[in-house]
Design a protein around this ligand. Structure first.
Ligand code: G1P
Length: 297
């Protein structure tokens, strides 16, 4: 029985959509309320039983490494002030020594290239990939749901959501073997960012994957796809000839934190679920709504 113990976090992207905020700050460090995006992804992976965390970083990303390390000055100040709650929060995000690795993607050549950069840390075992931009709000963490499904099928699994026609060209789109009526369904093909005419369905890949290490043999070829980038999705096509792929409809709400609107929605979503914020924030939303409808009329 194969077990998913390792996860890759591609965090080398430039975050140009959030400039100037991301000029000196990695986009993965943007907070949803009071926790950086990358921490949500890491906590999701830990809750799914991941034991080794591999970050594929780039220039200007050292804040991520610092975030997951001790800050002795801060810790001793909190200790001295008796702020034990905050101190425990900080300590809870610490990795077990030796379970975290950082490697660099020296050039932004695409997601497939970023994942390939981590190949030496995976060896011959299945692994997860989490894109922190895809914030998934759910009762059971999305990757945990996928790992549970993996225990049953022991094959490649892609998180899937249905998207409207107008959005198919933004995603990797899968071709289900049969009509996708169950939450776990076999996939016979996948196309990265197809036009509506080319799209085999409306079932889009979301940034959570469980993959077999054989994928590296295909990523190795570094063939460029859409946008002149090495696409992770493109390596699925040759692998599909040897192995099965499943689409997995997770339970939860995906908010695209690579977009400004999605990022704002994610902040509201989390705030409205927080006891310390719900009253003030919902009151504010009502007021803003009232003002905007008055202005419109
Ligand atoms: C990436 C993948 C794409 C997937 C998407 C999910 O695209 O290449 O297949 O559907 O993430 O967010 P990107 O958003 O990086 O262009």
């Amino acid at each position: 029985m194969k077990k998913v113990r390792k996860a890759i976090f591609p965090v080398g992207g430039l975050g140009t959509r959030f400039l100037p905020a991301t000029k000196a700050l990695p986009k993965e460090m943007l907070p949803i309320v009071d926790k950086p995006l990358i921490q949500y992804a890491v906590e999701e992976a830990a809750a799914a039983g991941i034991e080794e965390f591999i970050f594929v970083t780039g220039r200007n990303k050292t804040a991520i490494e610092d975030h997951f390390d001790h800050s002795f000055e801060l810790e001793s100040t909190l200790q001295a002030k008796g702020k034990t709650h905050e101190l425990n929060d900080l300590k809870s995000i610490m990795f077990k020594p030796g379970s975290v690795t950082y490697t660099r993607q020296q050039q932004p050549l695409g997601l497939g290239h970023a994942v390939w950069c981590a190949r030496h840390f995976i060896h011959d075992e299945p692994f997860a990939v989490l894109l922190a931009d895809d914030f998934i709000y759910s009762k059971t963490p999305c990757l945990k749901q996928m790992v549970d499904a993996y225990e049953r099928v022991q094959d490649n699994i892609l998180a899937i959501m249905e998207v409207p026609d107008a959005h198919v060209s933004r995603y990797g789109i899968v071709a289900p073997e049969h009509e996708a009526t169950t939450n776990l369904f076999k996939v016979k093909g996948v196309i990265e960012k197809p036009s509506l005419a080319e799209a085999p369905s409306n079932q889009a890949v979301v940034g959570r994957y469980i993959l077999d290490s054989r994928i590296f043999d295909f990523l190795e070829k570094q063939e460029k796809g859409v946008g002149g980038e090495v696409q992770l999705t493109d390596a699925f096509t040759p692998l599909l000839e040897e192995q099965d792929f499943y689409g997995f409809r997770y339970e939860g709400e995906r908010l695209d934190c690579g977009s400004k609107a999605g990022y704002i929605k994610a902040n509201l979503r989390v705030a409205l679920d927080r006891e310390d914020l719900v009253d003030e924030v919902s009151e504010f939303i009502k007021d803003v709504h009232k003002i905007s409808t008055q202005q419109a009329s």
